[in-house]
Design a protein around this ligand. Structure first.
Ligand code: ADP
Length: 454
């Protein structure tokens, strides 16, 4: 492998380019017309306009044009990042057909995990416990009602092809059901082009714990411990930290081993995340994200393993142990605690409406134990309405969770961003809240804590 095309934009494109340069690999960026001044474009060795004439997001989804650019530039591999085409099996197949390595799992594995109902079957077969739910996609409102009467409310209606917290609805009673069902259906159709739904028992106040997995082409699978992503707003992650501070060592091992068992059962390749909802006495598989995740950074900080470089190397056929020299599972260790906040250009005083405009002032924090992964974050940058509103990811690491929280508070306080609204003050409210500081935040913490929004 000598040259990699990065089929993404913003912070994750820059993150991947950095990994490539450290591995002495050449990089090719692609950019939509609206990203003409996108930093990722200038960080790569070469950059090309993609999807000319298409809408901004559609440009990054233009599979044939991306493959054309890869062939034209002689790229050996494509890294899809997260979002966009990262979980698209058709794209992975097209890469394979063109003789280009797709840096991710196999086409079949993408298929398997793209459909959450099938994913649950695979998990079940590997002996993992799943949340009681319908075994097949539901065909009618009546079927959902029957499920609710059998298992009791509350239940959750979810899009089979869903992602990003969309297409899911909590239902508390028969009265709420028709409306929730129809809304989830139309949201699923609109967001994912498929209105297939399934139903699960709704767990009240679980924690979202996910395990980082890395597999190679030789059947080796390692876990790199867990992340706690319970701090969510409307089922979307806001703050993540690693490791969890409430799991006992035994519980941690049980959950991480379960994730490895699932991955090994299908010879999982590349980086992936096995997600669980955890209650006081059980842990339930919910889904696998077969790609690098936004919050991979905190796992890198506590394990000192570069996940993006690892992805590239295993895609090139390298062995986790013989070539990457990773420790055996029983020798794998983590150090301290890392926290990530996703700084967005969203106005937390106005229902998190994305803000746009020119960044007039940009002063970023720094110091010991601080990591920033930014996209177009600098004075003079113009924030457009075309893409997601993630501006910069800020991570800190310290010996303990408490010290990391203090550091994060200091770091957030050092930011000076003027010209566009951000969620920084809101983030400070969250991390200074006693529930968060006690490590007691569950998935509904933000949504049920109105004082955070003041
Ligand atoms: P997505 O793929 O859209 O991210 P997930 O299935 O990963 O959806 O779920 C996202 C979040 O939604 C979870 O972290 C959790 O907060 C909530 N959630 C999902 N399923 C359930 C459930 N059965 N009970 C309670 N909360 C749930």
């Amino acid at each position: 492998m000598k040259k990699i095309l990065i089929a993404n934009r913003g912070e994750i494109a820059i993150r991947i380019i950095r990994a490539c340069h450290e591995l002495h690999l050449k990089t090719v960026a692609i950019y939509a017309k609206e990203d003409e001044y996108g930093v990722h474009r200038f960080r790569a060795d070469e950059a090309y306009l993609v999807g000319a004439g298409k809408k901004p997001i559609d440009a990054y989804l233009d599979m044939d044009d991306i493959i054309r650019i890869a062939k034209m530039t002689g790229a050996d591999a494509i890294h899809p990042g997260y979002g966009f085409l990262s979980e698209n099996e058709e794209f992975a197949q097209k890469c394979e057909d063109a003789g280009i390595i797709f840096i991710g799992p196999t086409v079949r594995q993408l298929q398997m995990f793209g459909d959450k109902v099938e994913a649950k079957e695979v998990a079940h077969a590997a002996g993992l416990e799943t949340i009681p739910g319908t075994e097949n996609p539901v065909k009618s409102l009546e079927e959902v009602q029957n499920f609710a009467h059998k298992y009791g409310y509350p239940i959750m209606v979810k899009a089979a092809m869903g992602g990003g917290g969309r297409g899911m609805r909590v239902v508390n009673s028969d009265d709420e059901l028709p409306d929730a069902y129809n809304r989830a259906r139309s949201e699923a159709k609109q967001s994912f082009g498929d209105d297939e739904l399934y139903v699960e028992k709704y767990l009240e106040n679980p924690k979202h714990i996910e395990v980082q997995i890395l597999g190679d082409k030789h059947g080796n699978v390692l876990h790199l411990f867990e992340r706690d992503c319970s701090v969510q707003r409307r089922h979307q992650k806001v703050i993540e930290f690693a490791p969890s501070i409430v799991l006992s060592d035994d519980r941690r091992k049980e959950i991480c081993d379960a994730a490895v068992r699932l991955a090994k059962s299908i010879h999982y390749q590349n980086a992936g995340t096995v997600e669980f909802l955890v209650t006081d006495d059980a842990f339930y598989f919910i889904e696998v994200n077969p790609r690098i995740q936004v919050e991979h950074t905190i796992t890198e900080m506590i394990t000192e393993i570069d996940l993006v470089q690892s992805q590239i190397l295993v895609a090139a056929g390298k062995d986790l142990f013989k070539d990457l020299h990773l420790p055996k599972q029983e020798d794998m260790e983590y150090r301290g605690c890392a926290i990530q906040c996703r700084i967005t250009t969203e106005d937390s005083e106005n229902n998190f409406m994305p803000d746009t405009g020119k960044i007039e002032t940009y002063r970023s924090p720094g110091g010991f134990g601080v990591r920033l992964d930014g996209g177009n974050a600098y004075a003079g940058a113009v924030i457009t309405p075309y893409f997601d509103s993630l501006l910069v990811k800020v991570c800190v690491q310290a010996k303990t969770f408490g010290e990391a929280v203090d550091k994060m508070d200091r770091v957030l306080g050092e930011f000076r961003i003027r010209g566009v609204k951000t969620n920084i003050e809101f983030m400070r409210n969250v991390i200074n809240n006693p529930v968060f500081r006690a490590g007691a935040a569950h998935t509904t913490f933000i949504d049920n804590t109105p004082e955070l929004f003041k």
